[in-house]
Structure formats: C-alpha cells, structure tokens
Design a protein around this ligand. Structure first.
Ligand code: ADP
Ligand code: ADP
Ligand code: MG
Length: 499
C-alpha cells in the first residue's frame, strides 16, 4: 500500500481533464504536462501545477517519457496516469516509471507487452478455453505460405498487423486473386504505422458486432467484469457510437463473455482497468480479438450504467488496495449512449476540419454528460486527434437514451468548424440503429453524405414554413405548433428571433 498524494497526467484534452477531476475528488494534487500548442488548454488551467515539456509534435512532447519522468522528480509526484493513446500502452514507459520509483496507474510492463501484440495475446489467452477467430497462430512472412493458409481458412479473410491498433494495418481479402496485393499493402502499412511488419491471417467474420468487456483487476488476484459495451457503429474500423448494455446479448452470453474476459485478464496477470474486445457473429458466437491495457475512450458508458468511477478504481488499484467491488453486487442500471464529436466534415469524407471554435455551447440537463477539453474561442490544434468532445446520455431504457441523445445533439451549438454531430444524429434516428438490428457495416451500408445534405435542406424548408405560418398568425394550430417546437430545438436562435 502506497498512498498517491500527487498525480501527473501524461495526456491532454478531455481525458486529461477527466482523470484530474477524479483525482481532485480524492484529495490528490494534480500535475499537467503540455506541449507548446496546448499552452491555453483546459487541462493546463485545471491542474494544480503545469509544466511545458516541448514543441507541438507529440514525438517531442507527449511521447517524451524521459521528460515526463523528470517533471515528476522535480515536483515530487507519486504517480503517473497515462490516459489513452500516447504512452498508455508502452511497456517500456511503464517499466521506466517503475524504475524511477514512481507508480504507473495501469498494468505491469509484462501485461502490456503480452497484450500489446495481438498474436502474443492470443497465445496467452489460449491457455484458457477462450474462443478465437480461426487464423494463423504465428506471424506469416512468406506470401505463398500465407495464401495456402488463407485458402484453408476460407475467404474472405482479414490480414492484420500483429502490432496494430486504432483500426490501422488491416486488409480484407475477398478472394485469392487479391491476396498478394493486399498482403503487400498490409505489411507496408504495418511497417509505417507501427515499425513492425509482422502480420497474420484471420477469418473475416461476416455481419459482426463489436462487443467488449470492461474488467478491473487488483494486485491481489481479484478480477471482476463490469459488463459490456457495444461499439459496432464504426468508420474505418474506428468506433464512433458506443453504448452499454448491448442491444443483442442475453444474460447467459453476457455472463459467458464476462467470465472469458476475466480469464483473458488472468492469462497475463493483469491489474488495473482493461478491456477485452470480442467480435460476435450473427448467431451470437463470440471470439476474442484483443485486449486494450488502458482506460478506453468509451469508458463513461460503463460508468453510467454501473455507477462505478473507473478512474477512482484505477487509482485504488495502483496504490495496492484490494478491490472493494464484488462481482455479485454489480448491476446494470438503465442504458447509456456515447457519441464521439469530432472536428471533421462528414459531408467531405470526414476530413479533419480544425480551426477556431467560434461558438461552443454544451448541452445540459438530466442524464447528459459532456467530457471535453475545449471552451468557446479556443483553437483545435492540427497536431492531435481532432476529437472535440464525447457526448454521453443515460436513461432508463435504450430508446429513452437515444431520445435524450437526439435532444442533446440538437442543443449542442458549435460553429467555426464542421463536426460529426449531424452524422451521429443520423445514426440515432436510423431504423437499423433504433431497432438494434445492425453490425459493423452500418456506416458503409446506410450512410452517404447526401443524407446529411438532404436533412439540412429539409430543416431549412421546415424553418421557412414555420416562420411563414407563425407570421401569418397560424401558429396556434396544433400541426404548426408541433413544427414550431421541433424548429425551436433544432435552431433555437432562429426561433427566438421570431418572437
Ligand atoms: P478505444 O480503443 O479507446 O475505444 P480508439 O481505438 O479510438 O479507442 O483508440 C484510442 C486512442 O488511442 C486513439 O487516439 C487512437 O488513435 C490511439 N491508439 C490506439 N491504439 C494505438 C496504437 N497501437 N498506436 C497508436 N495509437 C493508438
Ligand atoms: P484495433 O487494434 O485496430 O482496434 P481490432 O482487432 O480490435 O483492431 O479490430 C478493430 C475492428 O476491426 C473490430 O472492431 C471489427 O470491426 C474489425 N475486425 C477485426 N477483426 C475482424 C474479423 N476477424 N472479422 C471481421 N471484422 C473484424
Ligand atoms: Mg481494438
């Protein structure tokens, strides 16, 4: 047991703030590190102390583990929380932190090492009876050999980078003719993104859903699962909408997946918060994909339905405390949704659209949580992930949570940059999503930029019609009153001006 009195957060943006808030609630002093591009960032202002560690490029700032550890020594810091991305899954960094006599708020370097590589993760998990997607147990380098294996597995197959992450280094191969070309691409992508060209071949699961289990393990051998998150709405294998619980699991499958996830954690002696990712086919067979050895972007949906502050638990575990949460006492309470609000233009192939946040007004009210790192007037820097915020809603049922999300999206006011809000609104209202009958191909199947353009045109027509009706004194009629109400939330300033 070693109490943490001062915590450095080796990250930026919403996740740095989110971690510091819990630290403050626990009476722990906080230290921010920042790059020259983030001088005015909220995490810098929020922290008790803040130190600039280098230029904008993350390789010269947020990825400089050595500089970050120096700051800890100078300021008498006890522990480092790495957030997600950056150094969070870097086994060497975790070890360096430990060697410097500091606490790493996360798992051991050994666990990160094992789970950081998808193949070694599968090897570790194979010790327990964990279902896996059929595929090669080892990296393949020889193209001819790989092609024979792909033929045995049966097309379509997926070529994946062993060191992959963030949806990169993955290639679908529909048939043998495409194999050579796709393999070449996968290897070169893996080398450029991860500095490691090792790839393997896996059966491509048709109509899959991405369902992952949140786990918590302490340093005394206790491991529990905090149910699932469904993240099937993806773009380029990257999550955009997440929810808990999943709309398709039965209590029995939930329990079976939970137990599997706990076994995967045990297979690498895991402690801290972690996520075990599974792919689930249309018959609800589930297969282990990988384990993320850190706090995940979508962790708030789990916090909402369980009432557990995951960062608080991570800190207790890092201090060496025993888990007080008991598996049998955990319950799912209601339904939570999360959308990632990116500064990207959904009508232009989701190209990043960074710039100044001229207007920035957050939605509020019962069951609405916004985790962000910006305020009105701030610039979104081009150097990092263009995520502006995570918008989370929590309500009694899935449909109420969706309704709340639509209401919150309509209240969110952002100008100066294009955002993915309208795209997320489209998802929330789509029949395939509301019915729960969707898979990871949702965006590919249903979304085209035209649907947003059509929506925008429809809104303008509705507003114009409502205005005319109002001005002509017909607004008291029930039909136009309804239209006015919907126009008022969609564009409250326009509606106010009419009054
Ligand atoms: P999550 O896994 O938490 O649901 P993402 O897959 O979007 O969410 O990853 C979280 C962040 O970490 C993103 O900023 C992503 O770019 C980054 N990331 C994930 N894996 C890697 C990796 N292996 N290398 C570099 N960055 C990564
Ligand atoms: P990353 O490290 O990039 O997160 P994952 O293995 O977690 O890689 O896969 C990311 C996404 O790619 C999954 O959520 C899923 O949509 C898709 N995917 C991965 N493996 C398969 C597979 N065998 N079949 C079909 N889709 C897959
Ligand atoms: Mg993954």
């Amino acid at each position: 047991m070693r109490k943490i009195n001062k915590l450095l957060v080796a990250n930026r943006g919403e996740i740095a703030l989110r971690v510091m808030r819990t630290a403050r609630e626990m009476g722990i002093k906080t230290v921010a590190v920042y790059s020259e591009a983030d001088r005015n960032a909220l995490h810098v202002r929020y922290a008790d102390e803040a130190v600039c560690i280098g230029p904008a490029a993350s390789s010269e700032s947020y990825l400089r583990g050595d500089k970050i550890i120096d700051v800890c020594k100078k300021l008498g810091v006890d522990a480092i929380h790495p957030g997600y991305g950056f150094l969070s899954e870097n086994a060497k960094f975790s070890q360096m932190v430990k060697d410097a006599g500091l606490i790493f708020v996360g798992p051991s370097a050994e666990s990160i090492e094992i789970m950081g590589d998808k193949l070694s993760a599968k090897r570790a998990a194979a010790k327990y009876n964990i279902p896996m997607v059929p595929g090669t147990p080892d990296a393949v380098t020889d193209r001819a050999e790989a092609k024979v294996i792909a033929g045995q597995i049966g097309y379509p197959v997926l070529i994946k980078a062993s060191a992959g992450g963030g949806g990169k280094g993955m290639r679908i191969v529909e048939n043998e003719v495409e194999f050579d070309e796709q393999m070449e691409r996968a290897v070169s992508e893996a080398i450029s993104a991860f500095g490691d060209g090792a790839v393997f071949v896996e059966k491509y699961v048709a109509s899959p859903r991405h369902i992952e289990i949140q786990v918590l393990g302490d340093q005394h051998g206790n491991t529990i699962y905090l149910f699932e998150r469904e993240c099937s709405v993806q773009r380029r294998h990257q999550k955009v909408v997440e929810e808990a619980p999943s709309s398709c699991l039965t209590p029995e499958i939930r329990e079976a997946m939970g137990k599997c996830a706990v076994d995967v954690a045990r297979s690498c002696g895991y402690y801290g918060a972690g996520t075990v990712e599974f792919i689930v086919d249309d018959k609800l067979n589930f297969y282990f994909l990988e384990m993320n050895t850190r706090l995940q972007v979508e962790h708030p949906v789990t916090e909402m339905i369980t009432g557990v502050d995951l960062v608080r638990q991570m800190i207790y575990i890092a201090e060496g405390q025993e888990l007080q949460l008991k598996q049998e006492e955990l319950e799912i309470n209601g339904h939570a949704m999360e959308i990632r609000v990116y500064a990207e233009d959904p009508t232009n192939n989701f190209l990043p659209d960074v710039g100044n946040l001229k207007t920035y007004v957050r939605p509020q009210g019962n069951g609405v949580r916004v985790d962000d790192g910006f305020e009105q007037g701030m610039d979104i820097p081009i150097y990092y992930d263009p995520m502006i915020a995570k918008l989370i809603t929590h309500a009694a049922t899935r449909q109420e949570s969706i309704d709340k999300m639509v209401r919150a999206i309509d209240e969110y006011e952002i100008s100066g940059v294009q955002t993915t809000l309208a795209f997320c609104r489209f998802v929330m209202l789509h029949e395939a999503f509301t019915s729960g009958n969707f898979d990871t191909h949702f965006v590919k199947h249903y979304f085209t930029p035209e649907v947003l353009k059509k929506e925008a045109d429809k809104d303008e027509t509705e507003i114009a019609a409502a205005l005319v009706a109002y001005l002509m004194g017909q607004a008291k009629q029930p039909t136009s009153a309804t239209t006015m109400a919907s126009v008022a939330t969609k564009s409250k300033w326009k509606a106010n001006r009419v009054k």
